[in-house]
Design a protein around this ligand. Structure first.
Ligand SMILES: *Cc1c(COP(=O)(O)O)cnc(C)c1O
Length: 362
């Protein structure tokens, strides 16, 4: 068999090897069913059982209260950038408060402007998104239909350390790149959504957790597939869902539960991130890009300060079996995405390779 390398891609990202092996084992025949999950009718009981289990596992992992719906829909996180205003903004004179903490929050706010008034209530854009605006100093607009944050800024490598208290304004959170990486009190949020390809499974699936009172307010013009009320009524099956992606998410959720769930992986994530950040803080060559207080546990961004050296390091790392360490094209430098499924050994190897490179380039 071919050897696997350590993949630090920001997304689609690494998937646990045992999950891939189980999927391979069950590729031809899902146990006892004589066919692949890919071949099952989404209306068949055998598939509905897989769907229901996937939802139940997520509910358990995140402790999702009963007054929240869970949807598993297509279109990735980006489709929700449009679906959120369509489902939550008042049809006339609607408005929403957005915190602009990074590229994806910015793109989401631009999209929402098509449907109503968008207030940027705090932003770190002018400072190159190296931190998350202080949530305690935000003036929320009492008449906003919702407040919007992105909990982990995938490109810049920052995360919210605490979440804002928006009172009666429903808080909507894009958790695409750090869902299931740390314990979260779901009851503090109106809507949580996440594209699956960072911490859940393959791309093409979006996980949604929506407080029940926020369902059914959509504009009449809302496209069918973005209509949360319709999706809830049809258990995410307004059309054929991403059946195989949902099955892969189920395997991922089982894997995480087997490790001890979110609180257990959180300890491991802190440990993995500390391995890297501790080295970055003492290195004379590499330097962490994000402000210390807001450093992401999932996406570690760093630079040498010299674009040629950055490129040389990415090449050196690749030759040592460490893939996809190049930073996002908009910021340069390096980014190591160390999602839940990245083994500790991968992070340790990265630190070792960085140390060797530093020595050779002193
Ligand atoms: C990757 C990412 C997205 C985009 O996800 P798609 O599934 O490609 O639409 C949105 N938000 C965040 C925070 C991301 O990391």
């Amino acid at each position: 068999m071919e050897e696997r390398i350590f993949n630090f891609s920001a997304g689609p990202g690494v998937i646990a090897e045992s999950v891939l092996k189980k999927a391979a084992d069950e590729l031809l025949c899902y146990p006892g069913k004589g066919m692949s999950v890919m071949e099952m009718s989404h209306r068949s009981q055998m598939y509905i059982d897989i769907y229901d289990e996937t939802v139940a596992l997520l509910r358990k992992l995140m402790n999702v209260p009963e007054n929240y719906e869970i949807l598993l829909v297509q279109g990735g996180a980006t489709e929700q950038f449009s679906a959120i205003p369509l489902n939550l903004m008042k049809h006339e004179n609607g408005s929403a408060d957005y915190v602009d903490s990074g590229n994806f929050a910015h793109v989401a706010s631009e999209e929402a402007k098509k449907y109503g008034k968008v207030n940027i209530v705090a932003s770190s854009r002018e400072d190159g998104y190296t931190y998350v605006p202080d949530v305690k100093n935000i003036q929320w607009n009492a008449d906003a239909d919702y407040a919007y944050i992105c909990t982990n800024n995938t490109i810049y490598g920052t995360r919210y350390i605490e979440f804002p208290d928006t009172g009666d304004i429903p808080l909507v959170a894009d958790m695409s790149s750090n869902i299931l990486s740390q314990p979260v009190d779901v009851s503090k949020f109106g809507v949580i959504f996440a594209g699956a390809q960072k911490n859940i499974g393959p791309a093409g699936l979006c996980v949604m957790i929506i407080r029940k009172d926020l369902v059914g307010k959509e504009r009449p013009i809302t496209p069918k597939l973005m209509n949360w009320g319709l999706q809830v009524k049809n258990t995410s099956m307004v059309n054929t869902p991403n059946t195989y992606g949902i099955y892969m998410a189920k395997l991922g959720f089982e894997w995480l539960l087997g490790l001890g769930g979110v609180s257990a992986i959180y300890e491991q994530n802190k440990m993995k991130a500390a391995l890297l950040y501790d080295y970055l803080d003492e290195s004379k060559l590499f330097k962490a890009a994000a402000q210390k207080e807001y450093r992401s546990l999932m996406n570690v961004t760093f630079v040498t300060g010299d674009a040629d050296k950055d490129a040389a390091f990415v090449k050196y790392a690749a030759a040592n079996g460490l893939a996809n360490l190049k930073g996002h094209r908009s910021v340069g430098g390096m980014r190591a995405s160390i999602y839940n499924a990245m083994p500790v050994a991968g992070v340790q190897k990265l630190v070792d390779v960085m140390k060797a490179f530093e020595k050779e380039n002193a």
